[in-house]
Design a protein around this ligand. Structure first.
Ligand SMILES: NC(=O)c1ccc[n+]([C@@H]2O[C@H](COP(=O)([O-])OP(=O)(O)OC[C@H]3O[C@@H](n4cnc5c(N)ncnc54)[C@H](O)[C@@H]3O)[C@@H](O)[C@H]2O)c1
Ligand SMILES: O=P(O)(O)OC[C@H](O)CO
Length: 325
């Protein structure tokens, strides 16, 4: 199975490195000509993953048409751009493995729903979990959820992408795998705010636990399974992203917590903090589904410029309630 990767950011490049394990050929599509040039000439991605020596069996292209030579495509463009990039990609019946984490603005569709609309003939899988790209690319041990409704394809993809340091766990719950990844980015911004504002470790743990309850409520309402949300792509990724400044979402929150404006923090950035785009869409989607998500709402208010003390005060002053989802 020859793998093509759509997206030459940090995660697309790290996944290309995983797929190239054992000297297998991988084709990486990158939007930036300088990424294509540096991967092909130096086996490095100077723009997005600069300190990693890449396998020489990874070849980069700037032409989406070249992906017609691949058997399966990993989709690693940011969530807001997946629809446009896929519309320009020759897909047909090739499996699409969705690796972006987010919800599309406007349509409020998960990435899988976007992909199905653009390429209805293509089987869909989702690869998601606690995965900082720079750790995966360095060969540090990592486990992910690989979700696909088709058993045969799920097994084939798992076997093709598994490597000694990279262990996929199979699931048939595509929606659950997607929702965990999308919601955790929003919650990670909140945990970063806790850090930046110096609110303490207790507050961070409370936010992770109550945030997980929100992820579960929303996921169950959208048809996800509870065990998927409690797995690698849900709770696992939530814990990772809420604990480290290696996370772009957490770091964005740290800035907000220090009183910096979201507009300034997001201006001119080359890398993506998906939670900033997902938060307002998630608020709409949750309202539509009748699901209460006060922590995610609080993150929206903070991104809109509300003062940290006001937002935290409002969260804590809500009527007392029973614990549980
Ligand atoms: N970096 C990680 O550790 C990591 C891990 C797991 C999942 N992800 C997810 O992977 C996805 C891609 O993130 P990343 O970290 O590889 O990106 P990145 O932040 O390293 O780079 C930004 C990417 O956005 C692309 N881009 C910018 N404008 C675009 C446009 N108009 N059309 C198409 N592409 C455009 C760039 O070409 C580049 O590939 C995100 O959904 C992210 O949440 C990232
Ligand atoms: O840097 P972040 O916040 O986009 O997180 C990267 C990955 O999603 C972690 O699993």
């Amino acid at each position: 199975m020859r793998i093509g990767v759509i997206g030459g950011g940090a995660w697309g490049t790290a996944l290309a490195q995983v797929a190239a394990h054992g000297d297998r050929d991988v084709l990486l599509w990158a939007r930036e000509a300088e990424v294509v040039a540096s991967v092909n000439a130096d086996h490095r991605n100077h723009l997005f993953l600069s300190d990693i020596d890449l396998s020489p069996t990874i070849r980069a292209t700037g032409d989406l048409a070249d992906l017609a030579a691949c058997d399966a495509l990993l989709v690693v463009a940011p969530a807001q751009h997946v629809g446009a990039v896929l519309a320009a990609t020759p897909v047909g019946t090739r499996p699409l493995v969705l690796c972006a984490k987010g919800i599309e603005a406007g349509s409020r569709r998960l990435v899988g729903e976007v992909a199905r609309a653009v390429h209805p003939q293509a089987p869909i899988a989702v690869l998601s979990g606690p995965t900082f790209a720079h750790e995966v690319a360095r060969g540090l041990p990592t486990a992910v959820t690989l979700a696909c409704e088709d058993d045969v394809l799920r097994t084939a993809l798992s076997e093709r992408l598994a490597a000694p340091h990279f262990r996929p766990y199979a699931s048939s719950d595509v929606t659950g795998a997607e929702i965990g990844g999308a919601v955790k980015n929003v919650l990670a911004i909140g945990c970063g705010v806790v850090e930046g504002a110096g609110l303490g470790q207790n507050a961070r743990a409370a936010l992770i636990a109550r945030g997980f309850a929100e992820m579960t409520r929303f996921g169950l309402a959208r048809g996800a399974r509870a065990e998927t949300l409690a797995g690698l792509s849900g709770l696992g990724d939530l814990v990772l992203t809420c604990s480290s400044t290696s996370s772009r979402n957490f770091s964005l929150g740290v800035g907000l917590g220090r009183g910096e404006a979201a507009t300034a923090l997001l201006a001119d950035r080359r890398t993506v903090a998906e939670g900033a785009f997902t938060a307002p869409v998630l608020r709409q989607a949750a309202a539509e589904a009748g699901v209460d998500m006060p922590v995610c709402d609080a993150v929206c208010h903070l991104l809109e410029g509300a003062a940290v003390s006001d937002v935290i005060g409002t969260l804590l002053a809500r009527p007392l309630r029973e614990e549980g989802v």
